[in-house]
Design a protein around this ligand. Sequence first.
Ligand code: FES
Length: 231
Amino acid sequence: MTEGSRVVVSGPRNHFPFDPAEDAVLFIAGGIGITPLLPMIACADERGVDWQLVYLGRSRTGMAYTDALAKYGDRVRIRPDDEYGISDVAALIRDTDPGTEVYTCGPESLLCAVESVCAAPETRRSLKLERFVPKVIDTDGPDREFEVEFAQSGVTAIVPADRSILQVAEDVGVDIISSCSEGTCGTCETPVLDGTPEHRDSVLTTEEQESGTTIMPCVSRCRSARLVLDV
Ligand code: FES
């Protein structure tokens, strides 16, 4: 890049939008994870959504924005561990109607617990969450190489077991905009035209991953022998 080079600039991306498909929403905040939920709560309240917030933390004195939340009355439950003990996340979710949508942000242990409860058949709920660190991914065996076709670019290449799709794209001159390279920001999201993605990102919801329509090529791989991307 030199002085005078042209750069492409886009607006901010938001992979944690508040757009509830259901009439009831349960917000679960852990510590400073309350921050992205605050504007969602204001929006839900304005729209007349039937919402509840459970705000978890170690102690009340370390929990931000409790004053700002006071105006919402009993829609908000503030549950510091040193007053209430460790909260039972499964029970919180089980107590909601099955159609309730869950939004959560907080430490990884909380996010994993909420994910697990919302994925269980008896407590299945639609879930949206935001991670700041990559989640731990269980892989079934060592990585394998596969073929990737970058359809718009007219380039086909092999992705070796020890390289990412994004790295291979860079090698062969295919431009995929990226940022974190660890599957958390969503910048590199690329449409899939064919093949079965093996998702390893921390951005897409379970439903989005199951649809197989996009992939984060910085971390995700392919279950089939060939993957065709719309780039
Ligand atoms: S570059 Fe951030 S998710 Fe791929």
